[in-house]
Design a binder for this molecule. Structure first.
Ligand SMILES: O=C(O)C(=O)C[C@]1(C(=O)O)C=C[C@@H](O)C=C1
Length: 90
């Protein structure tokens, strides 16, 4: 079990690195989008979640759980991008 937990911990560190990269792109998007109303893009959100579901299917991980996870990820990203959009222009 210790080996499994070491693997989980290492995976979590790698995920945080990737999330840090993803959040960096949210800061870039916040700088680029001229209107606050452009931060939320439902069409793009649906495409991002669909892509995650397709990858989940290919990798054999539960598609419904991944869809829920990505829903949270994109909503968290939108909240962060909104905060950044406001911060940059305050
Ligand atoms: O693609 C964008 O426009 C983004 O800002 C990224 C992102 C995402 O988290 O993937 C976030 C907000 C948008 O609603 C759509 C997608």
């Amino acid at each position: 079990m210790a080996e499994v937990r070491a693997g989980v911990d290492a995976t979590d560190r790698a995920l945080i690195d990737l999330l840090s990269t993803r959040f960096g792109y949210m800061r870039a998007a916040a700088r680029i989008k001229p209107e606050r109303g452009q931060v939320r893009d439902e069409e793009r959100k649906a495409a991002v979640i669909d892509a995650a579901k397709a990858d989940a299917l290919a990798k054999g991980v539960p598609v419904d759980l991944i869809a829920e996870f990505w829903e949270n990820l994109v909503e968290t990203s939108i909240a962060y991008e909104m905060e950044e959009w406001d911060r940059i222009r305050s």
